[in-house]
Design a protein around this ligand. Sequence first.
Ligand code: HEM
Ligand SMILES: *C1O[C@H](CO)[C@@H](O)[C@H](O)[C@H]1NC(C)=O
Ligand SMILES: *[C@@H]1O[C@H](CO)[C@@H](O)[C@H](O)[C@H]1NC(C)=O
Ligand SMILES: *[C@@H]1O[C@H](CO)[C@@H](O)[C@H](O)[C@H]1NC(C)=O
Length: 510
Amino acid sequence: MDTTLREALQESMGSISHSIAVTAALGLLMILGLVTFRSVMSEIVLPGIPQFKGVPILGAMPIYFKHGMPQLLGSLIAIGEDGISYANVVNNVLVSVHDPAMVKEVLSYPEEIASREGDIGRMSWSPFWTLRRLIGESLFNYVGPDTSHHRNVFIREFNSTKSNAEKFSTISQIAQEHANMLTGQAKVAEVDNIRYSADNFAIALWGETLYGNPHHYIGGRVLDLSETIITLAGNPWPSVWYSIQLFFKMVTPGEPTRTEAKLREKVAKVIEANFEKLEAYEKANPDAPLKTIRNLSVMTGGGRTGPLSKFAAEFTNLNLFGGHHSIGLNVTWSLIELDNNPECLKKLMAEIDSVDTNDFTSVNSKMPYLDAIIMEINRLHPTVHATLRVINRETKLTASKKPVVLKPGMLIYLSYLHLHTSPEFWGPDSYKFMPERFLGNYDKSKPFMSFGYGPRNCVGYKFATLAAKVYLLTLLKTYDLQVKEHDHEMKLGTLLETTKPVAVKVSHRF
Ligand code: HEM
Ligand SMILES: *C1O[C@H](CO)[C@@H](O)[C@H](O)[C@H]1NC(C)=O
Ligand SMILES: *[C@@H]1O[C@H](CO)[C@@H](O)[C@H](O)[C@H]1NC(C)=O
Ligand SMILES: *[C@@H]1O[C@H](CO)[C@@H](O)[C@H](O)[C@H]1NC(C)=O
């Protein structure tokens, strides 16, 4: 974690140092009676299901607060042989569901039964509340009748072959510009962290596609903001502080705290600047096709000029959270694995050199080995490594061997990473990078959900995949890449990160 992030986190904790914050928060919760021995210790809320007890008195709480959800989830998965286990943390019940059939069942629940945030009156610790306080409403937390209309608008814009074909030349052009930037005029360069280059590519791509602003990445403001938002959204502390402030009636349910409001102002500034770019672009190019944010706005009731529709305005904010790092990390992991697996790289280079990579149809549908590599990267290193749902209405988990009744307020955590990598589902080679698994008529019964599953799965799959493919193949076509260190490991933050920067030496191929 870099200093900006740490600062942002500390700011969100009211600038108190970490350990004091932990002690103070625990003390407060105890005093408030929110932590009772009953809830922390051992109340049996799911009879017959393994419960993670953690340490004496405090239960699973220290692990959750100190190490975060991914670590707690690891401990829960380790004890839940039948695909389910749980822990109590303060007055929350965290359930890990990690059997493929059960995961699919939970992700298929209609919103009346489960949603990402749960009931505002109950105010769960779902991190999606934090996300909403930081960026406002978005499709992520929508429930209700507008949802499917909004999903369809996204799908038409980002998940159709036709709209991707229209975006292809922009993607290729931005990818080449950003690849060239790695060395400037030189033949060889040392890149300290290829992830930042890939993130900047993604930011520039969004800037150009949405607003006609390919310089969106310059100054690092967008990268900083989006990193802060992502980190805060995956951290338990904002939820803890929020619940304390709620208790003292210092905030209105759902409204941001003062520090969160400051971050929102920064978000608003970035968006305002982009909107100015869009209007300038539109004035200068009155007959050009609509930029994507305008298109989204028009499709949802906005005008061809002037303010954006509510839907489009929400997406401008959501865009600061999603789509940058996921693409950047993706490319980063691809380079690491290709560097470790030279025979795969060789096959991929043969494919890249044998097709016209300037042609959309070739890239989209005639590069099976590149597709297999992207799939295998998504399997082994799914950027979105976990998600959760909050139970809104009591329901039976029918896919479970033992009877399980999920109750309102329970937080159900689902680890995509576990489903993708456990030898139980993928055999003894499950941790090996083997793109060949995804060639030809491969077995589609294995649990593979890097873009989610069910009614609230990802609406940006095709665009994201195309962008990652094009950037990766542009890098490989332009350079020989040498990843400097060979001991990169996964770090489970909000997204799936690397434990350290990924330095790469790039040398022009020709
Ligand atoms: C590599 C890139 C990406 C990955 C790995 C990814 C992954 C995911 C996953 C796993 C979910 C489901 C989360 C859950 O189950 O709670 C999701 C949802 C979503 N994604 Fe993506 N995504 C990517 C790129 C994009 C892009 C480019 C867009 C832009 C349109 C996008 C927009 C969304 C939205 C709006 C949702 C929520 C949909 C809903 O609630 O109905 N994603 N994404
Ligand atoms: C990488 O991108 C591909 C395609 O965009 C996506 O399917 C995958 O989830 C991403 N994986 C990583 C590790 O970022
Ligand atoms: C918006 O984009 C979609 C998908 O690319 C396209 O079919 C539609 O014609 C565009 N709408 C406008 C108003 O440009
Ligand atoms: C997006 O397209 C892919 C590939 O065609 C498909 O598997 C996926 O279900 C689509 N996603 C949505 C939300 O429509």
